[in-house]
Structures are given as structure tokens and as C-alpha cells.
Design a protein around this ligand. Structure first.
Ligand SMILES: [Fe+2]
Length: 295
């Protein structure tokens, strides 16, 4: 995956908001990000996701995967809360709050958009129909729209109890390392480090791992568990496609502020990607060990 500066930059140069020299500096920095972050193995070579996409995961592997994902999904709320608290501007605080509130169950609201006909009120908050666009401002809160509840529904079908999901005690050391790194780096007090982590996380997410997970789960569903709801994963895949463009916009904003520090940004990104990798490596080692034990 190669990142490129957006066309807005040329427009900004055209309007005299930034100089040609500044635009070149940004382009050079984006090249550095391509070299130093986008080549990370968790973006280019995620062995677990590649394997998972092939549909080879059996029931035990899928259960373990859902439990670890639920721990990440729940503990991510702490990191997102820290990011919101440590935001360097009101705008940044609101952007973080959007994500946090939506995770908790506030449905995005798009003014003027025709609300889908929800025949049954119980369906409100169903990830199959819930919006991926708009703002939580003016949105409706539904318990059942909480992303964690979508995972609980998957757990229900797979016989995973409420108390076996989403808690620290349910996480493996590698899952917990990832979650703790999220809180420490993505939620860092220094906006350069936090933004570097955010940039890395978004690019990791845009690199296509949701599609690989959906492919693997669809295969499992067909053979093993026709009732398994996949909307937690399909919803995140849909929203990620839409997010991909925002990442560069944010860097372009941040880059020309006085506080921007290239080294810290890259360090935050690098360390965060190592944390992400720990999560997937843990899952990969688990499935290899399980296959070995099964003979
Ligand atoms: Fe989510």
C-alpha cells in the first residue's frame, strides 16, 4: 500500500495558503511514511488474516478469535477515551468522541438523509441496516447498537457466555499487550505520538484485513453455523472503505502546525504497528499450536 498526498495540497499552493517548498516537504514526509510505516509486516504480510481468509478456521479457532477480538473491542474504549481526553483541539476532541459514542451505541445521524424504513423497532441498531455515515450529534442511542453487543450476538450463537467475552481476564498476553499499547500510544498525551499511532492504525485497518476476516467467517458460516451473524465485521469493513481517505487529510492538517514533530509521529506509528502485530502473531501462534495438538 502506497500513500500519496491529496489534490487539496495543490489547491492550497494555488491559493497561496502554503508555499511550493512546504508542499514538497510534505510529499517527502509521506514518502518517509511509505518507507518506514507502510512496509510494516502487519500491513503487508499478516499471516493470520491470509490464512483465516481461506476459510480454514474450525469452530475452536473461530471461538478463540471472537473472544480475543471482543477483548480488543472492549478495551479499545479505554484507549479511545484517553485519545479524546488528550485531544489538542476541540475539533480533535469531537472527532474522538464521534468514534467513542458510536462504539457505545449512538447511531450516526445524517441530516436530510432518508431514514431507512425500520419496520420493526427492534431492528434499530441492527448492524445490517445501521448507518456508516453522519454524526453522533443528533443520533439515537440504542443499547443494541453498541459494537460490543454485536459481538455478543456472535458469541451467543457459538455458545460463548457473556462472562467469557470482553474482559481483561479473557485476553491472552499478546492481546493484552496490544490493548495496553493502544492506551499508551494511541491514547498518548503527546499529540504527535498519538497522531502517528492513529495514522498507523487507520492505514492498517484500510489495508484490507476486515475483508479477509469476512471471507473466512462467511466460509465458516456456510459449513458450520448458518445462523452466525457477521454484521459486526461487514459493518466495520464498510466504514473502513470510507475512512481511508480521511487519514491523509488529517496528516495534511497536522503537518503544517508549529507543534508537528516528524520523529515523534513516526515513532508513535512504528510502535503502534508493533503492538498490532503482537495481536495477530498471538492468534497465529494459537492456531498453529492447535493444529499441531490435533495432529
Ligand atoms: Fe467498532
Amino acid at each position: 500500500m502506497q500513500l500519496k498526498v491529496s489534490n487539496h495540497i495543490e489547491d492550497k499552493v494555488g491559493r497561496g495558503e502554503i508555499s511550493g517548498e512546504e508542499a514538497n516537504r510534505l510529499a517527502a514526509f509521506v514518502e518517509t511514511c511509505n518507507r518506514e510505516l507502510m512496509t510494516h509486516p502487519v500491513i503487508n504480510d499478516n499471516k493470520y488474516c491470509k490464512w483465516f481468509a481461506s476459510g480454514a478456521a474450525d469452530r475452536d479457532i473461530v471461538k478463540h478469535f471472537i473472544i480475543q477480538f471482543s477483548v480488543f473491542s472492549n478495551l479499545f474504549l479505554i484507549a479511545q477515551m484517553l485519545k479524546m481526553i488528550n485531544a489538542g483541539s476541540l475539533e480533535g476532541m469531537r472527532a474522538s468522541k464521534e468514534i467513542l459514542a458510536n462504539e457505545l451505541g449512538v447511531i450516526f445521524h445524517k441530516p436530510g438523509a432518508k431514514t431507512k424504513d425500520v419496520a420493526d423497532k427492534d431492528q434499530e441498531g441492527d448492524p445490517d441496516i445501521v448507518s456508516i455515515e453522519g454524526s453522533v450529534d443528533g443520533g439515537t442511542f440504542r443499547f443494541r447498537a453498541a459494537h460490543f453487543e454485536w459481538l455478543l450476538k456472535m458469541g451467543q450463537v457459538l455458545d460463548i457466555g457473556f462472562n467469557e467475552m470482553g474482559k481483561r481476564r479473557d485476553g491472552t498476553p499478546s492481546t493484552l499487550f496490544f490493548c495496553d499499547q493502544l492506551a499508551a500510544i494511541y491514547g498518548n498525551e503527546d499529540p504527535n505520538i498519538a497522531e502517528g499511532a492513529s495514522f498507523a492504525v487507520e492505514n492498517w485497518a484500510a489495508a484490507g484485513f476486515w475483508k479477509q476476516l469476512v471471507a473466512g467467517l462467511e466460509a465458516f458460516k456456510q459449513v458450520e453455523e448458518p445462523k452466525l451473524p457477521l454484521a459486526f465485521f461487514t459493518w466495520h469493513d464498510r466504514i473502513e472503505d470510507q475512512h481511508a481517505g480521511h487519514v491523509m487529510d488529517e496528516l495534511e492538517e497536522l503537518y503544517f502546525t508549529d507543534e508537528f514533530d516528524e520523529e515523534k509521529f513516526l515513532a508513535g506509528g512504528r510502535e503502534m504497528l508493533d503492538g498490532v502485530r503482537a495481536f495477530w502473531t498471538g492468534l497465529n501462534e494459537h492456531r498453529i499450536t492447535a493444529a499441531y495438538q490435533a495432529g
